[in-house]
Design a binder for this molecule. Structure first.
Ligand code: NAD
Length: 482
């Protein structure tokens, strides 16, 4: 099977923050891969913009070094030389006048214009204002925004209001890179492209759903940012919430931006407020010579959580009575993101009590090894009695789709090309983001007002013991983090 590549139209992609970590690690390598795949045409340009003093040659050297570091195999091909010819640079001060006339002279009016704000959110407003003031953007330009989109409802509202002064909602692309992951999109394909699952996709047949996003790394170099955010703001309000929406939403009438986003919004609005007994917050502690969280963020009195587990209920006809268990954390035993849809047991076992209890589970693995797995119950082989065992029907996409399809594309490749194509389906709408903050704000405010501290868990474990209890007390258990 060969992946189809349809080249996009001529574009100018201006990357504000073009010298930053995200640009070097994700945005530029993703563009390079799309270039090599034949999707980025010869008349498309990437214009790096940052505060640093570079000329275009100097910036091209930075891009080459980034690609050699983060895309070493492809960089060794002859394609790098051709790609680099399509890279330009402008030095700009987002808050002053330096460089803006130069940028205005470069960005073409007759090509698709996309402005990627890969900078601190405090610069989103000034950038939008300057693009307008220097007549660089037009009614058809697109702006792309990185997370975090606010730190609570008020700041998200203020950010939306500032952007809307110069750009309409149809021009604003709020990135949640989880939505660009192949498996996440496959969740929609599996639900709405097969007859098999949708009739069973409700509280009558599904016992519960678990979503795990586990990281094995700690806060690394992001300590000061992370300590102000914590797992609830950094992961649950956006990534886990988006996954929950795609699992729980009603079938949209079509796969179009507003049809999908309307259904996601309804899910967020149907979430019950969370009870404090249904939340476990944790902070990783020192094991051996490794730094614990408090040391890593250099804040001995921090009450920020590096782990959170939640039991969430959706009050609507489809999901009443089926809990969603979400957990995410740092310094856990493995890097693993997956969604497990755990079905109910059969209403009656014809095989008697010795057969044990068995539940089918559909597991959607986001990373590593993107794929899907279905736990099926079968007879244990052998001449003994009728004993039942659970076996996985396992499908790794890379194996199932064959080598010609190539590696699973990075989420950023898909999302950047969607910006150029003008397709907002996989981007968050302003009202979705605000609704998500409306749900998380009261929970966070409660911790702050009560001064609640997270419980401690060992680095390299599966998280705090209390998070296991969250499931055990309901007669359920988490899948292994592996
Ligand atoms: P960074 O600190 O590495 O880079 C910041 C960039 O902004 C630099 O290119 C710098 O020159 C530019 N800049 C700063 N002030 C400027 C000014 N006044 N005028 C013009 N340019 C200015 O940051 P980063 O890690 O690349 O992150 C960028 C954004 O993306 C942040 O909002 C971050 O939260 C978000 N983000 C980053 C990651 C990541 O993995 N790095 C992941 C998700 C979201």
């Amino acid at each position: 099977m060969v992946s189809r590549v349809i080249p996009v139209k001529a574009f100018d992609l201006v990357v504000f923050g073009g010298t930053g970590d995200l640009a070097r690690r994700k945005i530029l390598p993703s563009l390079f891969r799309r270039f090599v795949a034949g999707q980025m045409p010869d008349n498309a340009y990437v214009i790096g913009v940052a505060r640093s003093e570079f000329d275009t040659n100097g910036y091209q050297d930075l891009v080459i070094a980034a690609l050699q570091e983060f895309e070493p195999e492809l960089s060794a091909s002859g394609e790098l030389k051709s790609f680099i010819k399509q890279i330009q640079y402008v030095q700009i001060d987002a808050q002053g006048d330096l460089g803006w006339s130069d940028l205005a002279g470069i960005v073409r009016k007759d090509a698709i214009q996309a402005f990627y704000f890969s900078v601190s959110p405090s610069l989103f407003g000034p950038l939008a204002e300057k693009l307008h003031q220097y007549s660089i953007s037009s009614k058809s330009s697109r702006i792309v925004l990185e997370k975090p989109f606010g730190r609570d409802l008020n700041s998200a509202r203020a950010l939306n209001a500032v952007l809307k002064e110069h750009f309409s909602e149809e021009q604003i692309y709020r990135i949640d890179h989880y939505l660009g992951k192949e498996t996440v999109q496959n969740l929609m394909a599996v639900r709405f492209g097969n007859m098999l699952f949708e009739p069973l996709w409700n509280s009558q047949y599904i016992d519960h759903i678990q979503v795990t996003v586990a990281e094995s790394v700690g806060v690394e170099g992001r300590g000061s940012y992370y300590d102000q955010a914590g797992a609830m703001r950094d992961m649950v309000q956006n990534h886990l919430m988006q996954l929950l929406c795609l699992i729980a939403m009603e079938p949209p009438a079509k796969f179009s931006p507003d049809a999908v986003r309307d259904e996601k919004l309804k899910v967020i609005r149907a979430l019950d407020p969370i009870n404090s007994k249904d939340i476990v917050r944790g902070q990783y502690s020192t094991v051996g010579t490794e730094k614990g969280y408090l040391e890593a963020v250099d804040n001995p009195s921090s009450k920020t959580e590096s782990f959170i587990a939640l039991k969430v209920q959706i009050s609507n006809w489809r999901w009443a009575g089926t809990p969603f268990y979400l957990r995410t954390g740092k310094k856990l035993k493995a890097r693993c993101s997956e969604i497990a849809v755990v079905f109910k047991e059969t209403p009656h076992s014809i095989f008697g009590p010795d057969a044990g209890s068995h539940r089918n589970a559909l597991v959607i693995r986001l990373q590593p090894d993107e794929g899907m797995m279905m736990d099926l119950t079968i007879k244990e082989p052998g001449p003994g009695g009728m004993r039942l065992i659970d076996v996985p029907l396992d499908m790794t996409f890379a194996e199932a789709l064959g080598p010609e399809i190539g590696a699973v594309p990075d989420a950023y490749e898909r999302l950047i090309m969607d910006v150029i194509r003008g397709n907002q389906t996989l981007f968050m709408r302003g009202d979705e983001v605000e609704a998500a903050w409306s749900w998380t704000d009261p929970v966070i405010n409660q911790w702050v007002s009560k001064g609640t501290s997270p419980v401690s868990y060992d680095a390299g474990s599966s998280g705090p013991e209390d998070s296991m209890m969250l499931m055990h007390r309901d007669g359920r258990k988490w899948r292994e983090i592996s």
